[in-house]
Design a protein around this ligand. Structure first.
Ligand SMILES: Nc1nc2c(ncn2[C@@H]2O[C@H](COP(=O)(O)OP(=O)(O)OP(=O)(O)O)[C@@H](O)[C@H]2O)c(=O)[nH]1
Ligand SMILES: [Mg+2]
Length: 322
């Protein structure tokens, strides 16, 4: 069973490395469901050494992220870059994907072999949505995509983590949502490399720009060479401003690679990924019936106050590491 599974997996890996979209889709399903042996396959994909520029696009629900991502993907295609898109929608398993699908159809991207689009909804057990998303990025990189765009609603810690696992993090604001700064979790404000005010065709866009500018005025640029966070205005449904937005991403990519920021950022990304995998492995072991359920037994003892939770946790950790 395992051997057959591994052989199938190996063949799938080869096809992903050739950029076969059907294989990419199947590999992403394996990532989402945590299929046996998927770690080995991901390790091979990772070892291909292929790299994409990862762009995280986050912002309030309905701010036009999917529309913007579709327009951005088209811009990249015009610039001869291949694109992978992951729409991470933890709240609704289907609507995000179909909404993105509509945007893509509208944008004539359907049928273009240079673009792969997938929506991810499972909050998998082993390390959660952030883990699944980062693994999915590895699959798209290995398939040879130049740019991977990850769309996520910036509401929970998981989403902040996903946004943080990008080379370039974009925060989308819109007029009419009230205080833009309040509309979104503070953690995301702090990691935005580029601000986009979308729906600039609507009244109030200037006020949002002014508000963001005021906020950024207080941002601490430590050195003259530090990245200056730009504020772009776009109308995603017409494509207005999207070229300039793509230019800003490109400028950030260049800035990263010309400074030590790229190495620092990739180290941060590696650290959180490794931490996430270790957490997943520990949790997996705790749930493994073969270990004789020390977790459940200790839960009983903690509940009866026969042992304190700190000692119990240490005992579990020692057992899982041995
Ligand atoms: N007027 C105007 N409407 C826009 C613009 N961009 C997007 N929309 C509309 O805003 C609505 C939401 O757009 P989406 O792209 O689905 O927004 P989203 O942020 O991806 O939404 P969720 O994924 O549900 O959080 C749609 O009806 C779009 O047509 C814009 O620039 N101007
Ligand atoms: Mg969307």
């Amino acid at each position: 069973m395992t051997i057959a599974g591994t052989t199938t997996g190996d063949r799938l890996v080869d096809r992903v490395l050739r950029g076969d979209h059907a294989a990419v889709a199947r590999m992403l399903s394996r990532v989402e469901s945590g299929t046996d042996g998927v770690h080995l396959q991901l390790a091979r994909l990772y070892d291909s050494g292929r790299r994409a520029h990862v762009v995280g696009v986050t912002g309030a629900s309905g701010s036009g992220k999917s529309s913007l991502v579709a327009a951005l993907a088209q811009t990249y295609r015009r610039r001869d870059r291949t694109v992978g898109v992951l729409a991470v929608d933890p709240s609704s398993p289907f609507s995000g994907g179909s909404v993105l699908g509509d945007r893509i159809r509208m944008g004539d991207l359907a049928g273009d072999g240079g673009v792969f689009i997938r929506s991810m909804a499972t909050r998998g057990a082993l390390g959660g949505l952030a883990r699944t998303t980062v693994d999915a990025v590895t699959v798209l990189e290995a398939a040879g995509k130049d740019v991977v765009i990850v769309e996520t609603v910036g509401v929970g810690q998981d989403e902040v983590d996903i946004a943080g696992a990008s080379h370039t993090t974009v925060l989308v604001s819109v007029p009419g949502l009230g205080d833009a700064v309040q509309a979104i979790k503070a953690g995301i404000m702090e990691i935005a490399d580029i601000h986009v005010v979308n729906k600039a065709d609507r009244e109030g866009a200037d006020a949002v720009v002014a508000e963001l500018r005021e906020m950024l005025r207080h941002a601490r640029y430590r050195r003259p060479a530090d990245w200056r966070i730009p504020i772009q205005t776009t109308v995603a449904i017409t494509g207005d401003g999207v070229d300039e937005f793509a230019d800003a991403i490109e400028a950030h990519r260049e800035w990263l690679s010309e400074s030590d920021a790229l190495a620092r950022r990739e180290r941060d990304m590696a650290a959180s990924r490794l931490r996430n995998i270790v957490t997943g492995l520990v949790l997996e072991k705790l749930d493994d019936p073969a270990t004789g359920d020390p977790f459940e037994k200790l839960v009983d003892r903690v509940a009866r106050r026969q042992i304190d939770p700190f000692t119990a946790a240490n005992q579990l950790l020692e057992r899982t590491l041995s």
